[in-house]
Ligand binder design. Structure first.
Ligand code: ACM
Length: 515
């Protein structure tokens, strides 16, 4: 009878040691401690044990980190850090092993992504340590979910390439691997198009209520640079061109793709707009051209076409809508499905996979389509049961534009608030009962809508520290998560995730959850 009691005590003691001695975020999934420490107070050597061209890039980042930390890296030392790209590839795609012994640290991965993640863990161990001694341990780690995403809306407020790079920096440090870039919406179009220049000449700018102008866009060269920057951090960018709703900026630039001939302004107010794209040969040609340009810029497999919040009033009431419906023997409420179908055809001909917001499930889309469930987890659960791949981003857990505290000044604008402990409790598999459906949950994502986020300080204020909680919800197995332990580790990595000179230092535990 006493045995389970002792086992429990042993497990608790093990958990405490593990929590105290592993200041890493997200928490690695398997840590075995041993005695001794790797001492790099005098110097160390860095070597690629086995690798390829990509490993050299990872190694460059390792050397840059050590140089910033003022570690003396020399060509021959008894204390060596090795990067080891596995030949036999027994580890899974993003897994790594980090083995720390008194004179040798070895990071092993079957891919360079694995090596990169092992290196991030090492960086955090070194960052939290002031004695230049890293305790010996063996970490065997792999993510709980393959999709670990962050979204950013750059339409409601524009953020330049440098801010995007900082965002990607933070994501890389937290082992987040998909950046969902919301490039278009009613309030601004943000991607240079060579074929449709008015999209940025007109569609990227709006006049605010006080008469000032707000806007901006990324040139194709800037986008290529950002894609490369993301690649070096093992992040795939998913561009979103949100259609057929959320398209006022397109219609302001090219009224011929809307439902009415009148010209409109890029709106300076938020909320769901009635101006939506109207189906026509010209509109579908435009969209095919835009997909062509966009997919040429973004080499990743996935493409987001939005599909959310589509009011059908203009399809029903406009001459253009009525004419198209009569000519194609369709009811206007079938237009939404038609847009998704056409996008799906175009994308699959380019070997790309379509992602859309939860609403597109109502259009009975093809099984290959991935559903991003945002209102709650209902659409995602239903989609998974129907066999779709699903990304969970239920707003009450994942919308980082929501206030972190109910006393926040934004009270009244948002329906609820999202404190750190609630963000931490996010589990993409919650409420998914069947094993078959659970397998369809690709992962989760935090979204950052920027209607009320106007500058980088506010952006940073909104994402920290919840982004760290999100990374742990998506990387660490649910059984290994512990909020109290997470808070302690946050303290130990204070100011690690943001470069202090570029943005104000972050008080990572600024918000106390409401009791
Ligand atoms: C959304 O929040 N409209 C996806």
């Amino acid at each position: 009878m006493k045995k389970p009691f002792f086992v429990l005590i042993f497990l608790c003691a093990f958990c405490i040691i593990r929590a105290q001695q592993t200041p890493v975020l997200p928490l690695p999934n398997d840590i075995i401690r041993s005695t001794g420490a790797f001492d790099y107070s005098k110097e160390m050597e860095v070597k690629i044990m086995r690798g390829d061209e990509g490993t050299k890039q990872v190694n460059k980042q390792l050397l840059a980190f050590l140089s910033a930390k003022k570690v003396n890296v020399i060509s021959s030392s008894p204390n060596t850090v090795y990067l080891n790209l596995q030949k036999e590839k027994t580890l899974t795609t993003e897994a790594y092993e980090l083995n720390i012994t008194p004179h040798q640290i070895t990071i092993t991965g079957a891919t360079n992504a694995g090596l990169f993640y092992g290196m991030q863990t090492l960086f955090q161990l070194m960052n939290a340590d002031t004695s230049k001694q890293i305790a010996c341990m063996q970490i065997k780690d792999a993510p709980a979910f393959a999709y670990r995403g962050m979204h950013l809306d750059v339409s409601r407020h524009f953020f330049g390439p440098d801010v995007i790079k900082q965002y990607l920096d933070v994501m890389g440090k937290l082992k987040l691997n998909y950046f969902h870039w919301h490039l278009t919406d009613d309030q601004g179009w943000r991607m240079e198009s060579k074929k449709y220049p008015r999209l940025t000449e007109k569609g990227a700018w709006r006049t605010e209520k006080d008469g000032s102008r707000h806007g901006g866009y990324y040139t194709q060269e800037e986008i290529k640079e950002i894609v490369q920057y993301a690649k070096e951090r093992f992040i795939t960018i998913i561009p979103e061109i949100d259609i057929p709703g959320h398209s006022s900026a397109i219609i302001a630039a090219y009224p011929e793709f809307g439902c009415y001939p009148d010209s409109i302004q890029v709106p300076n107010t938020f909320g769901i707009k009635e101006n939506i794209l109207c189906p026509s040969d010209a509109t579908f040609r435009f969209l095919a051209d835009i997909l062509e340009e966009t997919t040429n810029l973004f080499p990743g497999r996935y493409f987001h076409i939005g599909g959310d919040e589509v009011p059908t009033k203009q399809w029903e009431q406009s001459e253009r809508g009525k004419t198209y419906a009569a000519a194609h023997n369709l009811k206007p409420d079938a237009f939404h499905a038609l847009f998704i179908e056409r996008m799906q055809e175009t994308l699959s001909s380019k070997n790309k996979d379509l992602i859309g917001w939860g609403e597109i499930l109502e259009t009975s889309p093809a099984k290959e389509i991935t559903i991003m469930s945002w209102r709650n987890t209902k659409a995602g659960t239903e989609a998974a049961e129907k066999g779709h791949r699903v990304i969970m981003t239920p707003r009450t857990f994942c919308y980082f534009d929501y206030p972190q505290d109910w006393d926040d000044e934004k009270k009244g604008i948002y329906m609820t608030y999202l404190p750190l402990d609630k963000a931490y409790s996010f589990n993409p598999l919650d409420k998914i009962k069947s094993k078959e459906a659970q397998k369809k949950i690709w992962g989760g994502q935090a979204c950052v809508w920027t209607e009320f986020i106007e500058d980088t300080e506010t952006l940073q204020y909104q994402i920290f520290p919840r982004i760290v909680a999100m990374s742990e919800s998506l990387w660490t197995n649910n059984s290994g998560k512990n909020y109290a332990d997470f808070e302690k580790r946050l303290k130990s990595q204070k100011n690690y995730f943001v470069k202090e000179k570029e943005l104000p230092p972050v008080d990572l535990i600024r918000f106390k959850p409401k009791k």
